[in-house]
Design a protein around this ligand. Structure first.
Ligand SMILES: Cc1ncc(COP(=O)(O)O)c(C=O)c1O
Length: 600
């Protein structure tokens, strides 16, 4: 017996309605529910069943019939029918009931929606019973504003008219999503590692092949598809150590202190996990900058640690002031045990690059207060101001002498995601630990082993970041050109953004010394603050929502990063290509002026 896919879809749909809904309960007994009458009326009435009981009986009969038919259906018809049912039928195709299948699908989902809760056992996992620490987690960079951006994109695709034609996602530091070209050498090595047959191809340069062979030889079965040691592939850790030694002007790095990670995020949350302990007033306090990158507050919530805020000095280009650290630690000691000090340098979202003097002061403070230092240095290649230089915490620590270098405990982080590579999707990163107790190193490896290993492709990408072509190698010139082009453009865009924002009345933007974001301060008139309150929104969320709805530009409200009470900001990446960035800035300017007028 053969049946068409559409006809079979109809049967299956009826069957699943009957099985899932009125005809069966979890215990297998028929249990007609009042809530079902309405929802079944449509499709079953069409079959001629007068009352609900008849309809149910009909559905059950159809159901068993459909199972007996199923075995004799052709394979392709079966697949099509199953797909139709799974998708709730295909829009624009006439449906089996002489109406559009999308309306049938809508009806089907309505049936599922009105299913009364009392027909199922109470769920084990509810908002009340779930891990409260996970519930407390917030991550603004992908928060409500980004969900709204997604909705608007769908509306644009459906042809709904807006005052703009595209959503510009300036909310996240994802370089390649913003059109930045990957560095050729990195992709060549990745291609060779992924598909080693290409090692015989004359299209790839010898230096790329050499890197790929070295990585593959260190992988189990010479394959990128095998697990690695939990700490990471040995030769890549050696390359990372050699890179750090070079970067820090000869201060030695030990491969044994290097842990390859799934992006920097993984390293940061892993080390925090080990650090957090105690209860009540002895619960671990973690000092973080405000504004911060929300990974920190999210992990602190998840671990139920105590967040200790120290404020960056906006009036002084977001500098870190040690007196503010002293205030924060003094106040925190009343209710927790401050044990960790997190630094982001260059800063996200604030873009400041710390001076050497400031880093020394911070290290001295950590030594004095017995704090474990976390140095987030993922933007170490992103320094634009000619007056600024990146200094690693590790280097400064060693230069401060043995009292510091043999005592202060430090973990520093780097990543494939930023810099000039922008390879966020590979999820490559490393962490270097200094002065970690040998037994803690054992605990760290144990913890990492539970997750087996970071992605080996990400490890390979990290290798290229720390071991790029050098002068004299075949790929050097092209690599150098590409790198300088990305960094040169970013520097240009950093200046452009600062200059343009500072021309707008009611916006003030500190210089973007590094990283990839502007974090301008915005004046929000009191009438707009009241309007935001009426919408139960933070004023800067209200501002950013309006900006998104009116211009299609998606930025993140400052409240997602933390800011001083009564001040408002937003974070915007400078990653769009120059011409697009100019358009974005002009649109923000026009919007801001109109916003001020509207709520004056
Ligand atoms: C300061 C900072 N640290 C860590 C991360 C996480 O980077 P990754 O992609 O390496 O996990 C980011 C990402 O934007 C960041 O800005």
């Amino acid at each position: 017996m053969r049946a068409s896919g559409a006809a079979f879809a109809k049967l299956l749909w009826l069957c699943s309605s009957a099985v899932e809904g009125p005809g069966r309960r979890g215990d297998g007994h028929p249990a007609p529910e009042p809530g079902w009458h309405r929802s079944l009326k449509g499709p079953l009435a069409g079959l001629g069943g007068g009352g609900t009981g008849a309809a149910l009986g009909c559905a059950r009969r159809v159901c068993s019939f459909s199972f007996s038919v199923k075995v004799s259906l052709g394979g392709r018809a079966m697949q099509r029918a199953a797909a139709l049912v799974r998708r709730g039928c295909c829009p624009r195709t006439p449906g089996p009931w002489g109406r559009s299948q999308s309306s049938a699908a809508a009806e089907a989902s309505a049936v599922l929606k009105v299913r009364p809760e009392r027909s199922r056992r109470e769920r084990i996992l509810t908002l009340e019973s779930m891990n409260p620490q996970v519930k407390a987690v917030e991550y603004a960079v992908r928060g409500p504003i980004v969900l709204k951006a997604g909705e608007i994109e769908l509306e644009l695709q459906r042809g709904i008219k807006k005052p703009f034609t595209e959503v510009i996602r300036a909310n996240i530091g994802d370089a390649q999503a913003m059109g930045q070209q990957p560095i050729t050498f990195l992709r060549q090595v990745m291609a060779l590692c992924t598909y080693p047959n290409l090692l015989d191809s004359p299209s790839f340069p010898e230096d790329a092949k050499k890197r790929a062979r070295r990585i593959l030889q260190a992988c189990g079965g010479n394959s990128l598809g095998s697990y690695s040691a939990s700490q990471g592939v040995n030769c890549i850790r050696e390359d990372v150590a050699a890179y750090i030694t070079r970067r820090d002007g000869g201060v030695p790095a030990d491969p044994d202190n290097i842990y390859l990670t799934t992006g920097a995020s993984d390293g940061i949350s892993t080390i925090l996990k080990i650090l957090v302990s105690g209860g009540g007033k002895s619960r671990t306090g973690v000092m973080i900058p405000i504004p911060q990158y929300p990974l920190y507050s999210a992990v602190i919530s998840e671990l139920d640690a105590i967040q200790v805020n120290y404020y960056l000095d906006e009036d002084n280009c977001w500098a870190l002031n040690v007196n503010e650290l002293r205030r924060a630690v003094r106040e925190a000691k009343d209710h927790c045990d401050p044990k960790v000090l997190c630094i982001i340098n260059p800063g996200n979202p604030t873009g400041q690059v710390q001076s050497r003097k400031c880093i020394e002061d911070v290290i001295h403070f950590a030594w004095e207060e017995k704090l474990f230092l976390l140095a987030d240095e993922v933007y170490q290649d992103n320094v634009y101001s000619p007056d600024c230089r990146f200094h690693s915490f590790k280097k400064v620590l060693y230069e401060m002498g043995p009292e510091y270098s043999s005592n202060v405990e430090l973990a520093s982080f780097h990543s494939t995601s930023k810099g000039y590579m922008g390879e966020c999707g590979y999820r490559g990163g490393y962490m270097e630990v200094i002065n970690l107790h040998p037994e803690i190193k054992g605990q760290l490896v144990k913890l990492l082993s539970v997750r087996l290993c970071p992605p080996v492709s990400g490890q390979a990408a990290m290798d290229i970041v720390v071991n790029p072509p050098v002068p004299g190698e075949e790929s050097f010139e092209q690599f150098h050109r590409e790198k300088e082009s990305v960094l040169g453009n970013l520097a240009k865009k950093a200046k452009l953004t600062e200059d343009l924002f500072n021309q707008v009345p009611g916006i003030h933007c500190n210089p973007l010394q590094g990283a990839m974001y502007a974090f301008p301060r915005i004046f929000i008139p009191s009438k707009a603050v009241e309007a935001a309150q009426a919408h139960k929104m933070a004023p800067d969320m209200f501002y950013c929502m309006k900006l998104l709805e009116e211009t299609g530009i998606c930025v993140v409200p400052g409240s997602g990063f933390g800011q001083r009470e009564g001040t408002y900001h937003f974070r915007m990446t400078i990653l769009p290509p120059v011409e697009k960035l100019k358009t974005v800035l002009q649109k923000v300017k026009d919007f801001h002026i109109k916003f001020l007028e509207k709520y004056a």
